[in-house]
Structures are given as C-alpha cells and as structure tokens.
Design a protein around this ligand. Structure first.
Ligand SMILES: Nc1ncnc2c1ncn2[C@@H]1O[C@H](COP(=O)(O)OP(=O)(O)O)[C@@H](O)[C@H]1O
Ligand SMILES: [Mg+2]
Length: 248
C-alpha cells in the first residue's frame, strides 16, 4: 500500500478515539433514582443517538453529563477528564453544550440577542456570519422577538446559539419534536453539515426514522439503563428488536 494511503488510514483510526465515556452513571431527582448505571461512549466526529420510550431517562442522561442535576455518581469522562464532580460551567468550558428539549428561547429577546446570550467559552466557535451561512432564515429574522418565531425557527436558533460557544460536543435533545416534515428535513441537513465540520453530536430522539438519516450508532435506553446498542450497518438485522423496544 502506498505510504500516503497508510497515512490516511491512520488518520482515520485516530479519528475514532472515544471522546465521551459514560460508565455506571446513576442520577437522582431528589429522592427519585432515575439513572441506574448508564454505559455508553461517543467517538470524535460521530453522531450517536439515544433512543427509548418516553420517561426512559434520555433527557436525564444529557443533564447529568452537563452537570445540571443535583446528585449523580459513576463516571463521565470527556477527553480523558472526569466530569462527575465538576460544576456545569466548568463542563461547558471544556467544550460540551446542551440544546434542551424545551429550547429555551427568550421570548422578550430578539434573534440576535438570543444568539449572543450564551458565553463563548472556548476558541473555535462559529462566528455570527458562519452561523447565518448555516441558517440563512435566522439572518432574515434577526430583529424578530423570540415569540414571533415559528417552532422550526426557534429550534434552529437554539442549535445556532450553542455553535458560538466553542463547544465540540453538541447534545441535542429531541430537536425534531413537534416540527413539520420539511423542517425536520432541514434539521437533518444541519446535523449532517455540523458532522462534516467536525462536531461530535449526541442526539436524543423519539423519531427513529429521522435519527436513522443522521446517526452513525444508536443506544437503546430503558428504565435508566442502556439495554442495547448497534451501528447503522447492524440496523437491518435489529429492526424487529428495535420495534419492540420502542413500541412502534
Ligand atoms: N424534574 C424532575 N423531577 C422528578 N422526576 C423527574 C424530573 N424530570 C424527569 N423525571 C422523571 O425521570 C424519568 C426520566 O425522565 P426523562 O429523562 O425526562 O425521560 P426521557 O427524556 O427519556 O423521556 C421519568 O420517570 C420522569 O418522570
Ligand atoms: Mg426527554
């Protein structure tokens, strides 16, 4: 094999290193024990999807990684650093951002103000111009109040906002929830583009059909645990199991 090819392959191998490793993660809301030992990992540059029924613990998992939940135990390692005892702002500064299910767009602020809200925590974040190139609609709506935006525009804004911060791991909680098919398709294109730009994405989805258009790998969450996992290539052989897990 020519040397240049070898070099490419090695680069490919290096790109599959684990950047997020979740081990025996348990979490509580007050007295309610919700996560019972989550185990999964995400490699650099991947789109990994957590699937599972309502109430399985997917959102709680993302919140636990972000450090915005009172009590959690086990291990969450990001680029070899242990996060389990870190505060959420330190975790954010290491380069993890969460786009929450409820989107968190401030109704009284306009698009520009919403975009500028989260602090830039690291170098490498996108500039406003780069963001507008990804989301041309947002540029047209720059002076619109949060309340005037459609659901799709709010979701785009919620994703755009975390791209400025410099985070390299983006956690997106049900970005397609309640949106029309044409908007869901746009979000799919956006995720594919972000992956191409080198972002790593941990996605939570109920919409398996959508997830299958963007994800490299899947984990199935049930009762606060990962009960199965497979890659896109393994998907056809696992469709029956998946239907029974998700009850669809
Ligand atoms: N703030 C909260 N306080 C107490 N229990 C909660 C809270 N949020 C979620 N739960 C419970 O935790 C479990 C997991 O919820 P969640 O992580 O939101 O599930 P998913 O995102 O998979 O639908 C559910 O039983 C839910 O009722
Ligand atoms: Mg949820």
């Amino acid at each position: 094999m020519p040397e240049v090819m070898m070099a490419t392959r090695q680069a490919g191998t290096a790109a599959t290193h684990t950047i997020l490793e979740v081990k025996n993660l348990e979490a509580w809301y007050g007295e309610s024990h919700i996560l019972h030992g989550m185990n999964f990992n995400v490699n650099a540059g991947e789109v990994v999807t957590l699937l599972g029924r309502n109430g399985a613990g997917k959102t709680t998992t993302l919140k636990s990684i972000m450090g915005i939940l009172g009590k959690r135990t086990g291990s969450v390692r990001f680029n070899e650093r242990e996060l389990i005892r870190m505060t959420s702002d330190r975790i954010a500064r290491l380069g993890i951002a969460l786009c929450p299910e409820e989107r968190g767009i401030f109704a009284s602020l306009d698009v520009r103000e919403n975009l500028l809200l989260p602090p830039v925590v690291r170098a490498g974040g996108l500039s406003l111009d780069q963001i507008f190139e990804l989301f041309p609609n947002l540029k047209e709506r720059l002076k619109s109040q949060g309340t005037k935006l459609s659901g799709g525009e709010q979701q785009m804004l919620a994703i755009a906002r975390i791209l400025r911060t410099g985070a390299s791991l983006l956690m997106l909680d049900e970005p397609t929830e309640g949106l029309a098919p044409v908007i869901i398709q746009q979000i799919g294109h956006t995720i594919a583009r972000l992956k191409k730009e080198g972002f790593t994405i941990l996605l939570v989805e109920q919409n398996f059909r959508f997830a299958s258009t963007v994800a490299d790998r899947y984990y199935v969450v049930e009762h606060g645990k990962v009960i199965d996992g497979f890659s896109n290539a393994e998907l056809p052989a696992n469709m029956d199991k998946l239907h029974s897990y998700l009850g669809v």
